[in-house]
Write a protein of this length. Structure first.
Length: 282
């Protein structure tokens, strides 16, 4: 009996050591996971933080620690006619891209939603293929295409390229919303005598409005950020990314960081707002 008591006590002691060892291993795993996540986040955001930080430095030399804080580089950037022209071109392209890509995307997505699943799958895949094509290949292809048509480079060519870049993402966003859309609501409205236009105005569009606005904001963000396709199609005109690239060829100063920060803040705002609106349900 004494041996049995000793044996039971040994088993309990062994289980206690195993539990303590398991708890230690679990804590070590958690800390290792947190450290890994922190390293990845630092890797992702360190260049962005440095760019924003140097846009406020008082010294033209990009070195740490910064000597002081100022907004002079932003004033200098906004006073430059090249910046105002590039900003105007970027905004025009963003608005045109949003309006055209959303119009085409809504039409295409609603038409595709009426098809069978067997037909809808290949069509959705085909509509997303331009997003998989490298921007360099797309830019060269557009440049060759416009040259063959004897079209001079300019904002119109750039707008066509931006729409081509943004349209697959607009279709993807709207298609995700239409997967849960109840078409019986529109059918009931038609049965009650509503015209197709009134059905769309009073029922369909209010339900789809958050996703449509979110897709438009996403298209604007893609347009403002686009560089490669723009460079091959815009010719002597400039957008903000093209202007920043041109300034970088002459060297980096805080004015470039200020311009990059303006673009960064605009993109973050548009993407976050687009994400919030796309998740909203009427």
């Amino acid at each position: 009996m004494g041996d049995s008591v000793v044996s039971g006590s040994g088993r309990r002691s062994g289980r206690g050591r195993d539990a303590a060892g398991g708890a230690g291993t679990s804590a070590l795993t958690i800390w290792a996971s947190r450290l890994f996540i922190a390293v990845v986040l630092i890797y992702l955001f360190a260049p962005v933080v440095v760019t924003v930080l140097f846009s406020f430095t008082t010294s033209p030399r990009l070195s740490l620690p910064i000597e002081g804080v100022t907004l002079d580089w932003y004033r200098k950037a906004f006073a430059d006619p090249l910046f105002t022209t590039a900003l105007n071109n970027s905004l025009v392209l963003a608005v045109v891209t949003a309006v055209v890509s959303v119009t085409l995307g809504v039409t295409f997505s609603f038409g595709m939603a009426r098809l069978s699943a067997r037909t809808r799958g290949p069509l959705l895949t085909a509509s997303l293929l331009p997003a998989a094509v490298p921007a360099l290949v797309l830019g060269v292809a557009l440049a060759v295409f416009f040259t063959a048509l004897n079209r001079p480079p300019g904002l119109v060519n750039a707008a066509i390229g931006h729409i081509l870049v943004a349209l697959p993402f607009v279709i993807l966003t709207l298609n995700a919303r239409l997967e849960t859309f109840d078409f019986s609501v529109t059918e009931a409205a038609r049965d009650l005598g509503a015209s197709p236009l009134r059905t769309f105005r009073d029922i369909t569009f209010p339900i789809m409005r958050p996703s449509v606005i979110g897709a438009a904001l996403l298209a604007m963000a893609l347009s403002i950020d686009e560089f490669v396709v723009t460079w091959f199609t815009i010719g002597n005109q400039q957008t903000l990314p093209v202007l920043i690239w041109g300034l970088l060829r002459r060297g980096i100063d805080p004015t470039v960081n200020a311009l990059a920060t303006v673009v960064l803040v605009s993109l973050v705002f548009l993407v976050v707002l687009s994400s919030l609106l796309s998740r909203r349900r009427s």
